[in-house]
Ligand binder design. Structure first.
Ligand SMILES: [Mn+2]
Length: 249
């Protein structure tokens, strides 16, 4: 594959004159020419240039147990739109933020035994979301694999780092001053992320640098989670196969 550069050395846009094309790994030998850049003109030519980049990665998960009934649809290359109904309004709020900040599309319908408490529902949604990412990423070829974020929310600052390593692990250093925000039990945040790490095959490190307000702290974490996920899932054309010198994840 070749990249077409304009006189400034930037990638030429559609309709712009290019003066140079550079060889990108795996392409034919470099032939230097000038011409009118047509590379972005049709969806068909886009596919030709980037065989994987324009195929949307999606997954649908249904999960039914005696405790919960979950249907989840994920599109990694989305628009940031969430249609989320978990039965737990605070979790809906957080998953909406995650979806928006990761530019995913997420539709979630969950019916759980929230008359008991939120535990089963939050945990099982974490499992379903983790499974959806694992399925949508497939063999994890061409993805950046790592993603990191540092997100403030007023006085709170949260760091979220993810590695789609196929080595499930959660590091979680978050201290709250209160045990709940509204009716939401804050210890469920950890349960959610543990479940996600387990099913997605991700190493996930969540560290709260500082923060006081419980709602702000959790919000910073979920926004950061969306941003880190987006980075880790991004396809990078320089990555041939999986991003591992071992050759496998
Ligand atoms: Mn909020």
């Amino acid at each position: 594959m070749n990249a077409y550069l304009n006189a400034r050395g930037d990638v030429a846009q559609s309709g712009e004159r290019y003066v140079r094309n550079v060889q990108v790994r795996g392409s034919n030998p470099l032939i230097s020419t000038t011409g009118l850049c047509r590379m972005w003109q049709s969806a068909k030519s886009k596919e030709k240039m980037h065989p994987t980049k324009f195929t949307k990665r999606t997954a649908k998960i249904t999960r039914t147990t005696n405790e919960t009934d979950i249907t989840l649809r994920l599109t990694i290359e989305g628009t940031g739109k969430g249609t989320i109904s978990s039965g737990i309004p605070f979790l809906d709020h957080m998953l909406t933020l995650m979806t928006a900040h990761g530019f995913f599309d997420l539709s979630l319908n969950a019916k759980g035994d929230i008359e008991v408490d939120g535990h089963h529902t939050v945990e099982d949604i974490g499992l379903a979301l983790g499974e959806a990412f694992s399925k949508a990423l497939g063999e994890r070829k061409g993805i950046r694999r790592y993603g990191r974020s540092l997100v403030p929310m007023d006085e709170a600052l949260a760091s979220v780092v993810i590695d789609f390593s196929n080595r499930p692990f959660l590091v979680y250093n978050v201290d709250f001053w209160r045990s709940s925000t509204g009716r939401f039990d804050v210890e469920l945040v950890q349960e959610f992320f543990r479940a996600f790490a387990t099913k997605s095959g991700a190493t996930l490190h969540i560290n709260l640098m500082y923060g006081e307000n419980t709602h702000h702290i959790i919000e910073a974490i979920f926004k950061g989670f969306g941003q880190a996920l987006e980075e880790a899932a991004t396809l990078d054309e320089r990555i041939i196969g999986v991003r591992s010198t071992k050759g496998t994840l």
